[in-house]
Ligand binder design. Structure first.
Ligand SMILES: *Cc1c(COP(=O)(O)O)cnc(C)c1O
Length: 650
């Protein structure tokens, strides 16, 4: 019973190790059976995530798989709105919260649908940053009360579309980002005969922290500086549109880790707001943009993948600071808008990947080749491994590096044969392994040796593409919590990094969340020739649309899950979306799959004529090629059977 030796490990140790309680906001945790559970509403009703994976498998949807927990999405919308309601009540604030969801953070129809539906009772609106997004916002938005905020660069038709919304009575506010837009808005509103609602995006001096800190300040891409705001007001006054100026907007960047930055920005923007009121503009709205963070690593710090505040604290600070400045300026408080995107959608979806292979140095290098005649460099390394001289760890490490390099030079000069080179490599790794084992139990570890664990880590090969599914990890080093979805009662005894199946050495995950800074490897379970699934959590913001087709790995399978107490496993899959087929991605780069099949058939026919293949086999090969056109782009993992397999239809 091999698993007996692991019985000193408990599920709660796994829960602690992977940090579910810290980053999970009460939604994720480990069950006593060693499986990861989700509580979409954080109310005790649990879904075992592996049940969703297995049910999806039954529907023919293998990993990589995106799972959306629609109830969790709804929960976040409610939570955000309720935090602001509560803050407004507690602070005795005399205005309302009128939040909008920025569509760019996740444009998928089911996501926007759910948000619009969940936001109904709160008058929660939508934000658009481009013409296509505005087209969605206009049509998906219901009624005339909820806001639509129009940000981003605008051409004339974008402005016409916004005014179309105005015409049919919607509260749609055009936020001026560039001075030139003011002239366009004046001219076009005259042309279509409707008065616009206008806001100004202010270029604040308050600088954000974190990855998106350049969203504000003098060199920001968006917004009006103080002089430009004054020019804009003059233009609008001259056009007799004074009554149309309603809003001040700012956005200091996404994932703001430090609440102090947010407070400072709110204070600065409220000053702008009060000044504009005093200049005689009607105003009424202060829009605090996005930036509300997600605690990806669960450390509650101002580290860039974390945040040192809660959603409730954010709401209280926004409300209280606006009130304080308005009261001091003797100005009526505005209704408050935020465009929180990441905070609303990130937790609702996750990516499931299957580990199917590992690349490991120990297995091949651990078995030492025994050269017939050992070179001195090899015997030197052997002595180092035996360590009769009782050298310290650091000294042994340096000596081992020196010997390894010596062996490569000798090989290049022709003095070392393949057998001796293999022996040297393998001895070097064994010495490293020995040192790594020793430092595991010792207190202080010199910096040079700290990297040994990462150097010795296994590479777990996962059936997915970082470029398609976790682009922000590749592009911005954004971290996501990653854990096995099962086997949590077993001790994770292997240090691993994750590599994807693209032909790109950048296609990997080698930085992981940690309470202090980051980790360069993830403790995982040894592979046991059965499927091993990992979950990448909090992926609902931005990742769905940023992904690209590197190596032509296309969209992944996707299921939308709802809680349902009447179902045996407590959930049902409402929608199952199959990922891209080979023909889809091929058509996306200007081929036509039919034409490729024709070309292939012609070549196989020609080969048949030349008797390279038998006619019957030729027919089979054509069929096989055509069948693969309809297959998915990711690996179809089949565990190697004992006997030679008969070819099966997919
Ligand atoms: C991207 C963006 C947002 C959303 O930001 P989050 O940090 O995801 O909440 C909101 N407003 C504007 C103008 C944006 O560009």
């Amino acid at each position: 019973m091999k698993s007996k030796s692991a019985s000193s490990w408990s599920v709660s140790q796994s829960e602690e190790l992977y940090g579910f309680k810290r980053w999970g906001s009460g939604h994720f945790g480990a069950g006593a059976d060693g499986f990861v559970n989700v509580q979409p509403l954080a109310d005790g009703r649990e879904i075992r995530i592996m049940d969703v994976v297995n049910e999806s498998l039954g529907m023919g949807l293998k990993a990589p798989l995106v799972i959306r927990f629609q109830d969790l999405l709804r929960h976040r919308v409610t939570q955000l709105n309720e935090c602001f309601r509560k803050a407004i009540k507690e602070e005795g604030y005399d205005g309302e919260y009128r939040g909008v969801f920025p569509i760019k953070v996740n444009q998928l129809r089911e996501v926007v649908d759910e948000i619009v539906e969940a936001g109904k009772e709160f008058g929660y609106g939508l934000e658009a940053g481009s013409k296509p997004e505005l087209m969605i916002a206009l049509a998906m938005h219901e009624g005339t009360e909820r806001l639509i905020i129009c940000n981003g660069y605008k051409d004339h038709d974008y402005i016409r579309l916004a005014l179309l919304g105005r015409k049919i009575g919607k509260k749609i506010i055009i936020v001026v980002e560039q001075l030139a837009e003011v002239d366009d808005i004046i001219a076009i509103s005259e042309e279509v005969g409707v008065k616009p609602l206008i806001g100004f995006r202010a270029k604040l001096q308050t600088r954000g922290e974190g990855k998106w800190s350049s969203s504000t300040g003098d060199n920001a891409k968006f917004g009006l500086n103080t002089a430009e705001i004054l020019f804009a007001t003059e233009k609008l006054r001259a056009a007799k549109l004074t009554q149309c100026v309603k809003l001040v907007h700012f956005h200091i960047g996404s994932q703001v880790p430090n609440i102090i930055t947010i407070k400072n920005a709110v204070v600065e923007a409220t000053r702008f707001y009060c000044q504009l009121v005093k200049m005689g503009f009607p105003m009424g709205f202060l829009d605090c943009g996005g930036g509300l963070g997600i605690d990806y690593d669960g450390s509650r710090t101002n580290f860039e993948s974390s945040m040192n505040y809660t959603m409730a604290e954010y709401a209280r600070d926004v409300v209280a600071n606006i009130r304080d400045i308005c009261v001091a300026s003797n100005v009526a408080v505005p209704d408050i808008i935020t465009e929180s995107g990441r905070a609303v959608v990130a937790p609702h979806s996750m990516l499931v990947v299957e580990v199917f292979e590992r690349i490991n140095k120990r297995e091949t290098l651990g078995v030492q080749h025994q050269p017939k005649v050992k070179h001195k460099v090899v015997t030197d390394l052997e002595l180092l491994l035996k360590n009769k001289a009782k050298l310290g760890k650091l000294e042994r490490f340096h000596d081992a590096i020196q010997k390894k390099e010596e062996s490569f030079s000798l090989f290049n000069l022709g003095y070392l044969d393949l057998e001796n080179r293999a022996a040297a490599e393998s001895l070097y790794w064994q010495v490293c392994e020995q040192i790594a084992k020793e430092i595991r139990d010792s207190g202080y570890v010199p910096e040079e040796l700290q990297d040994l664990n990462a150097l010795l880590a296994d590479q777990y090969v996962c059936n997915f593409s970082v470029f398609q599914s976790l682009l922000d990890h590749w592009a911005l080093k954004q971290l996501f919590p990653i854990t096995p979805l099962h086997r949590l009662a077993e001790k994770p005894s292997v240090n691993a990094i994750l590599v994807d199946i693209t032909c790109d050495s950048d296609g990997k995950i080698s930085t992981f969340i940690d309470l202090q800074d980051t980790k360069d490897h993830l403790p995982l379970h040894p592979l046991n020739n059965k499927p091993y699934y990992l979950g990448v959590f909090l992926t609902g913001a931005y990742q769905d649309i940023m992904g690209d087709l590197h190596n032509l790995f296309g969209r992944v399978n996707e299921v939308h899950v709802f809680l349902e107490p009447d179902e045996p496993n407590g959930f049902y899959i409402e929608e199952a979306l199959a990922g891209s087929r080979v023909s889809d991605v091929i058509d996306g780069v200007q081929y036509q799959w039919e034409e490729l099949c024709r070309k292939m058939k012609a070549q196989i026919d020609a080969a048949t004529k030349k008797d390279l293949v038998k006619p019957r086999e030729g027919v089979r090969l054509v069929e096989f090629y055509e069948e693969q056109m309809r297959s998915k782009t990711y690996l179809n993992i089949e565990r190697t059977p004992k006997k030679k397999p008969a070819r099966k239809k997919a």
